[in-house]
Design a protein around this ligand. Structure first.
Ligand SMILES: [Zn+2]
Length: 260
């Protein structure tokens, strides 16, 4: 490879960026049809909906959406998936799309093989049925049946697509720990408030008490963040009542929740 003086590198990077094809704009009919099917998008104010449209166009430009196991997705369904995945990026912006290129979509919940070696060195193996999964630097995977179920009951506290996108944002700083990349001071406040809420939540689950949000959030700090993200978009009042500090951080990070 030719060697360039260091000072030339930014210019070359700029030229390469400029030469890359720009994301196209989304077809009006497809976009409006997707908005009509997405209650969270329909409830956004017009300026934010336009911002989401640009993000979705960029998503479709940068990512390959691959339906698996006999599933077929038409252009409208691809726009719908792109818009849904970009909802958590309304404030964060397109930098939230970094680090991966594939969205894989199964028709239904998919089975993955898990294994774990315990402290005594014994190997445990089991199967998990998943609605979605986000690999650290690999694909984002969704079950189409679960995406559709979320749309049918948009205020129920579930939205697998934003859950998996929360994991993608979380890992951008190199660590999947329930804290996305934030300015230093906010990062400290976030870590403190989430840790406090997470510990209180785990204590409730351990005591067998009923919880306001899905007890799956007690699995790990990163799951707590991803599950709280689902509630931010689909049941924000419930989240604000149960965990006001967490809800306030998410409202700052994602912008105000859509008023369903
Ligand atoms: Zn998760």
């Amino acid at each position: 490879m030719a060697q360039f003086p260091a000072g030339h590198v930014p210019l070359i990077a700029t030229l390469l960026r400029w030469l890359r094809p720009r994301p196209g704009s989304l077809d009006d009919t497809l976009w409006h049809a997707a908005c009509a099917r997405l209650p969270w998008v329909a409830a956004l104010e017009p300026e934010r909906r336009e911002r989401l449209r640009a993000l979705a166009a960029r998503f479709l430009h940068e990512k390959t959406i691959t339906p698996l196991a006999g599933l077929q997705l038409d252009d409208g369904e691809r726009v719908l998936l792109a818009a849904l995945c970009c909802l958590p990026l309304l404030e964060f912006g397109p930098a939230g799309l970094r680090g991966w290129s594939q969205l894989l979509v199964y028709p239904d919940a998919f089975r993955v093989r898990r294994s774990h070696v315990d402290a005594a060195g014994v190997l445990h193996e089991w199967d998990d049925d998943l609605a979605g999964e986000a690999w650290d630097h690999g694909p984002l995977i969704l079950s189409w049946a679960d995406v559709r179920a979320d749309l049918e009951d948009p205020a129920a506290g579930y939205c697998v697509a934003v859950h998996e996108m929360a994991h993608k944002l979380d890992v951008l700083d190199g660590e999947l720990d329930g804290t996305p990349p934030l300015p230093a001071r906010w990062h400290r406040e976030w870590a403190r408030d989430f840790q406090c809420a997470y510990e209180a939540f785990c204590a409730q689950v351990d005591a067998g008490r009923e919880t306001a949000i899905d007890p799956y959030a007690a699995e790990a700090p990163e799951e707590f963040f991803a599950v709280a993200t689902e509630y931010h978009f689909s049941a924000p009042s419930l989240l604000a009542e149960a965990m006001p500090e967490v809800a306030a951080h998410l409202a700052r990070f994602y912008g105000p929740p859509p008023a369903l």
